[in-house]
Design a protein. Structure first.
Length: 251
């Protein structure tokens, strides 16, 4: 059996409150590679290597659900050589890390359209989901070939196909048909790479998420950066549209 390793020698800070669900837009692989005179494919490879470290750090903190934005429906428009490299890396990541992720209690789910994926990668994803189905330490959602607007369209089409009457279409009805149905909405949405947008990621689910934009490029987003994001979250006052009582309350 593979023994899970700590993601870092850094001491684990006590954080309260802790987000139940964290979503991450993994951005900056290409720029990371360019700064080092490497190809974009090498940047994506470095980013893939970093996933294991980040998953373990969030698990060490006790985060229940982690959703990683790995490949969007818009990413098909990138150069074909880069797309093929990303698909290969997806397969390689599962081949290399599935045993360790399973042994460390990580449950893997895929959100997105599996039909657009290469057959080999699709089968590996199915294997990973099936093999880890009984794990409970942390749920890892891999958003691969995912788009937030497409997710909503798919949910509405399911409602129409089920014959749901217009007057019965509620927020709850839509949410229960999204790719993330069964999980709470993300409390914290992180984007690495110093960009300040959510790029069609979980656009319904992140309505009341706290946003955290990190200047670190994804391959450099390690345990210390995870800790910093969680500490910042713990300092936020979440009101969900309500006015906080007391002096200094704002709407």
């Amino acid at each position: 059996m593979v023994v899970a390793k700590r993601s870092s020698e850094l001491p684990l800070p006590r954080i309260d409150p802790l987000p139940r669900h964290v979503a991450v837009i993994m951005d900056g692989n290409g720029r990371w590679a360019r700064l080092r005179g490497l190809s974009r494919s090498e940047g994506h490879r470095a980013g893939a290597r970093n996933i294991r470290t980040v998953v373990e750090r969030f698990a060490e903190h006790g985060v229940n659900t982690l959703t990683l934005f790995a490949f969007s429906t818009e990413n098909w428009g990138r150069p074909q050589s880069e797309v093929r490299a990303i698909m290969r890396l997806g397969s390689e990541f599962i081949d290399r890390h599935l045993e360790e992720l399973d042994a460390s209690g990580v449950r893997i789910e895929h959100i997105g359209d599996p039909d657009g994926l290469p057959r080999g990668l699709r089968h590996r994803v199915e294997e990973a989901v099936e093999r880890t189905a009984g794990n409970r330490r942390i749920l890892l959602n891999i958003a691969f070939n995912y788009g937030g607007r497409a997710d909503i369209v798919s949910a509405v089409r399911r409602l129409v196909g089920e014959g749901v009457r217009a007057e019965d279409v509620t927020e709850e009805a839509i949410a229960s048909r999204l790719a993330t149905a069964g999980s709470c909405d993300p409390d914290l949405l992180i984007r690495t790479g110093a960009e300040h947008r959510i790029s069609n990621f979980l656009v319904w689910q992140s309505a009341y998420s706290e946003y955290y934009f990190s200047g670190a490029l994804w391959p450099d987003f390690g345990a210390a950066e995870v800790d910093a994001a969680l500490i910042e979250f713990s300092r936020r006052r979440r009101r969900f549209g309500l006015v906080s009582p007391g002096p200094g309350a704002d709407g």
